[in-house]
Design a protein. Structure first.
Length: 142
């Protein structure tokens, strides 16, 4: 709720949602794992977001990693590096830096403030990204 203080009068907050879940590709590619990273906007109604024909979720990246190749720390390093590249365009347009202007249907320019709102992932992914030991809470202060 504190982010609303950064939004000027007449501006619209546009929350970005990211989702990722490890997927095993055993049936088509052998023993490999991949992490698709999908993105959506928070101000889309849930009826549109969950219909695949409406493209409410867009696949932003597909991170494929060999299962028997790299060690755990190498997978983590590559995941964090890819995450920086994926999120850089959003960080450049971040709410703290400036607004993003777009024309609307009425011919006016609206001010949109972008913010990364949430990463939808399972517990193991949050522990992985927070660089914690399994069993600890990735949300609570330790």
């Amino acid at each position: 709720w504190h982010t609303k203080d950064f939004v000027a009068d007449g501006g619209t907050l546009v929350p970005h949602l990211l989702a990722s879940d490890k997927t095993h590709l055993a049936s088509c590619c052998g023993d490999k794992a991949a992490w698709p990273v999908d993105m959506s906007l928070g101000n889309i109604t849930k009826d549109i977001r969950w219909q695949s024909s409406k493209s409410g979720w867009v696949q932003d990246a597909f991170l494929a990693i060999r299962a028997k190749g790299p060690q755990y720390c190498e997978i983590r390093r590559s995941w964090h590096g890819a995450g920086k590249r994926i999120l850089k365009p959003i960080a450049d347009l971040c709410i703290c830096s400036s607004w993003y202007g777009r024309d609307c249907a009425y011919g006016q320019v609206h001010r949109y403030y972008l913010v990364l709102a949430v990463l939808i992932a399972d517990y193991l992914k949050h522990v992985f990204l927070a660089r914690l030991i399994n069993g600890l809470c990735p949300v609570c202060a330790i």
